[in-house]
Design a binder for this molecule. Structure first.
Ligand SMILES: [Zn+2]
Length: 255
């Protein structure tokens, strides 16, 4: 990808130059955690990065935005019984986000959009945004990519939608992630409290929540039906995510 979009590939003078055209930075946030036998541990970071870079590319002619390096470690203690997972403390992640946003603001990025790829990061991101609300003058936003297309996900994805499932594998595959096709497995996951605490983002009410280790609900690391994943389904979901992310950035730019 060209230097025009990626902050990491720009010189400081090029950053100074592009700040004359835009004050919007997009920061992908992911995780490094197990994603079952068919997907690599970078999956959440990969998807967030892909969405950020693809949207920056597609709106370039209408609105320039700069994509920063990805925050590739997230809050994943519940995955630690599976090899390869690297978790950082929730407070570390929140501090990291504050430091990145504060640095960007100091250079003149006045609008910052975090594109998050890992559900477990949500509390840290929310805490970081609250911590900055009084002291950082930049406007800072956060989106979880799946929240941008939850209606489409509900239509096309096999439930449960939870982890390394049909939905996540399909989207990753379409975005050209490394997918070990014949290692895909189906494992619907075990209930924590039947009917109340289910490993399924689309579970209907009544709902309660609990913290649990992933090993307790899944042996393979998958919760869902990854053999149902297809690139076509991934495309359906990803196109909606990209279209709405584009719309969001344009509205932030006008605001
Ligand atoms: Zn994931």
């Amino acid at each position: 990808m060209e230097k025009k979009i990626l902050l990491a590939k720009m010189t400081w003078q090029e950053v100074e130059e592009i700040l004359k055209d835009t004050d919007i930075a997009v920061v992908p946030v992911g995780s490094t955690e197990q994603h079952g036998p068919a997907l690599p541990v970078d999956n959440d970071a990969f998807i967030a990065t892909q969405f950020a870079q693809r949207v920056a590319e597609s709106i370039w002619d209408r609105q320039k935005v700069v994509v920063t390096p990805t925050i590739s470690f997230g809050y994943s203690p519940h995955h630690m019984q599976f090899k390869g997972t690297i978790t950082i403390r929730e407070s570390t992640l929140a501090d990291l986000i504050v430091d990145v946003c504060t640095s960007l603001e100091q250079h003149g990025f006045k609008r910052i959009i975090l594109v998050n790829g890992h559900g477990g990061n949500s509390t840290a991101i929310s805490n970081a945004l609250h911590a900055m609300s009084n002291v950082v003058m930049a406007k800072i936003f956060s989106v979880n990519w799946w929240d941008l297309a939850s209606d489409t996900i509900r239509e096309v994805a096999t439930r449960p939608v939870f982890h390394a499932c049909d939905m996540e594998t399909s989207v990753a595959w379409f975005l050209e992630q490394r997918v070990l096709e014949d290692k895909r497995v189906d494992e619907p996951g075990r209930s924590i409290v039947p009917g109340f605490v289910e490993p399924d983002m689309l579970a209907p009410p009544p709902k309660a929540s609990a913290a649990f280790m992933m090993k307790y609900v899944t042996d393979s690391g998958v919760v869902g039906y990854s053999t149902k994943a297809t690139k076509e389904k991934g495309q359906q979901i990803a196109e909606v995510v990209l279209e709405r992310l584009e719309d969001f950035i344009l509205k932030v730019a006008r605001g």
